[in-house]
Design a protein around this ligand. Sequence first.
Ligand SMILES: [Zn+2]
Length: 333
Amino acid sequence: MKIGVFAVLLLLGGLPLTTLGGHSPGRLPRTYFYGSEYVRIDEWARSHGFQTSWRTPKDELRVTSPYTSLTFNVDSRRATINGVAVWLSTPVAYRNGAAYIAPTDLATAINPVLFPQKNPPRERVVTICLDPGHGGRDPGNREGKFQEKRYTLLLAQEVKSALSKAGFKVVLTRTGDSYPELSARPDFARRHKADLFVSLHFNSADSAGARTVQGVEVYCLTPARARSTNARGHSGGAGSAVGNRNDSQNMLLAYQLQRALVQRLGAEDRGVRRARFEVLRVAEMPAVLIEAGFMTHPVESKKIYNASHRQQMAQAIAAGILAYKRAVEPTAK
Ligand SMILES: [Zn+2]
């Protein structure tokens, strides 16, 4: 099977690595405008047997199959996959009656979710490394007497309990009020042979509307040369990092966690986003960073500080990891 893929690539001649895979959009005609490379969404959809229709003309395009529903908005980076928001690196464009998407976004944001690889390099998902954000000298966000580092550790302990019950082996990058260096955290995961790395955080908004901003975000590493979608910098270098080896699995894991958190908690869906956070850049295994709610929001913060609500968050995170495991392990029941 691998030989077949290589043969096709040789015929096409030097496609960028981001278009590798059985569902490569490589054979769709490409066009260039606004300084970006694009393919027509309706042509991509047809190549997979999907239907397209304008929900709102020149504004929102819907792509459907019996099992799948996607939405794309013209001039926007926000798309949805089966009702869950996913941020693209390049806005969807509109020209002469058709909507266009960047092939990099198909390869790194859409295809990994719709067509998960059944034989990724790590075919077993057994050991999970949880990383409670901040700690020790770094409190993270502070709202009055509430410090982020305390709640990320409590949540990690609750996620560990939920994952252990589901049969996973779980390791934590810290179990007390200490501060492992950022690069040491994925390294700890590697030394413990973790199959996944999940960093846990709580968010804060610092704009004038801080008290109204709420919801869940799950980050995975920005693909090489693509634009990040986090609100606050952390852009890092735009080249390829160690973590980019797992672009497809990073995306699938982030999607399954976002979906589980939004659906199970009824939280506002702020979407799967991209950032070049250090813990994501250096992780050798699929890795994500969860922002599980806003400490600045008057209602959401109370949930973060509440043990029984955090246990629901923990159950949702465990469910997302199980959904990922089912998607990538060909033999998982
Ligand atoms: Zn944090």
